[in-house]
Design a protein around this ligand. Structure first.
Ligand code: CO8
Length: 258
């Protein structure tokens, strides 16, 4: 079904692998369409609880497809920008967690794709950067907004204005990724985190994602009030009863994972 992705579901985890290694997994319009379809499937499939997004070969994703962008008119470029933003926004806002397993180059639109994930685990071979200013443009798939929110305004400006490429350890140091692991352990490490999250009450995980995403731009008191209202549904759930009972009975909780 997909020309540029591998999409597999196993034991509740959807594995989405960008598979266009000859072009460093660059995001053409077709790749963007397929990513949109894949994450819509992640959202709609009741068998899927969480997704792991990675890339095949040397790159996670080396950006938007420059050979495709070079000939676009301004309006066509705008359409591609909207398409890319829709993909990133979809990944960020679907109910289910998405873990970025960053295997190699995550540049431009690739760094933006990584930042749209709920969290990032990097191979020690991964490299990050926003090289758009080298091409006479600025990030257009959310980078000017998501990067400063993750690493701070000064570091965000530094990376976007210098186009400097940083390695995984530096990305970890500045808070762009949450873990760095040896290359051969990358998918196993992502699966371990996925399984930990899957062992929790799904209603609590959904509420946490929603509140963190939507609360971060609010003033503190409005954000805290929003958190309180979002707690009401988990607090009324069977999973709350089970989680608290299990704690008191000194046994692992068995949540309703569907
Ligand atoms: N687009 C198209 N093709 C690419 C891209 C890309 N982003 N990146 C690599 N490729 C291709 C190369 O052209 C090359 O093709 P070929 O074999 O046909 O010559 C092949 O992939 C292998 O690449 P290299 O030979 O360059 O491999 P290296 O190992 O020497 O270097 C790098 C790897 C460092 C990843 C290098 O390829 C590179 O710098 N790539 C470009 C990175 C970049 O500038 N990315 C940002 C793109 S702009 C962007 O993402 C903006 C998003 C918002 C746009 C919104 C408006 C539409």
């Amino acid at each position: 079904m997909y020309q540029n992705l591998i999409y597999e579901v196993k034991d509740g985890i959807a594995y989405v692998t960008v598979n266009r290694p000859k072009a460093m997994n660059a995001l053409s319009n077709e790749v963007l369409d397929e990513l949109y379809a894949a994450f819509t499937a992640v959202n709609n499939d009741p068998e899927v609880q969480i997704a792991i997004l990675t890339g095949e070969g040397k790159a996670f994703v080396a950006g938007a497809d420059i050979s495709e962008m070079v000939n676009l008119t301004t309006l066509e470029g705008r359409a591609m920008m909207i398409k890319g933003q829709n993909v990133m926004n979809l990944i960020e806002t679907i109910d289910k967690p998405v873990i970025g397993a960053i295997n190699g180059f995550a540049l431009g639109g690739g760094c933006e794709l990584a930042m749209a994930c709920d969290m990032r685990i990097a191979s020690e071979k991964a490299k990050f950067g926003q090289p758009e200013v080298n091409l006479g443009i600025i990030p257009g798939f959310g980078g000017t907004q998501r990067l400063p929110r993750l690493v701070g305004k000064g570091m965000g400006k530094y990376l976007i204005m210098t186009a400097e490429m940083i390695d995984a350890q530096e990305a970890y140091r500045i808070g762009l990724v949450e873990k760095v692991v040896p290359a051969e352990e990358l998918i196993g490490a992502a699966e371990k985190v996925a399984k930990t999250i899957m062992s929790k009450a799904p209603i609590a995980i959904q509420a946490a994602k929603l509140v963190i995403n939507n609360g971060i731009g609010l003033d503190i008191l409005t954000g805290v009030a929003f958190e309180g209202e979002a707690l009401v549904a988990p607090f009324s759930s069977e999973d709350r009863a089970e989680g608290m009972k299990a704690f008191l009975e000194k046994r692992p909780a068995k949540f309703n994972n569907k």
